[in-house]
Design a protein around this ligand. Structure first.
Ligand SMILES: [Zn+2]
Length: 117
């Protein structure tokens, strides 16, 4: 048997629609979204005469990289600290984007329960 969704459901859905609308507003304000992660590294250059080879506490850096998988391979891009901070925000946005989408789907399921109860 195919169950039909009743047509006059607007009142029942109001509170769910309000929650849904909040999510939509947050999505609307969201900036760029980016895949990957930001890595901060300190390195030894390998030159025998360099302090980084004689002093265990000394390394060059910090260096910032944006790393991500492209067709199964890790790709890294060197960044300035300033750009690293910007890209970190965009990566955070992507995580938040998926959180919001999941929330919207939960709200939708709640709404569906409501109109079928
Ligand atoms: Zn060095």
């Amino acid at each position: 048997m195919v169950e039909t969704i009743p047509k006059d459901t607007s009142k029942k859905l109001d509170k769910h629609l309000r929650k849904f609308e909040e999510c939509r507003k947050e999505l609307g304000k969201m900036g760029f979204i980016l895949t990957g992660s930001i890595v901060k590294r300190f390195m030894r250059c390998g030159k025998e005469s360099c302090r980084c080879m004689s002093d265990p506490m000394f390394k060059h850096g910090p260096y910032y990289e944006w790393t991500r998988k492209v067709k199964g391979k890790t790709v890294s891009v060197r960044l300035t600290e300033e750009d690293a901070n910007i890209l970190a925000e965009w990566i955070k946005n992507k995580k938040r984007f998926y959180e919001i989408i999941s929330k919207m789907e939960r709200i939708t399921l709640d709404a569906l329960k409501e109109i079928r109860s």
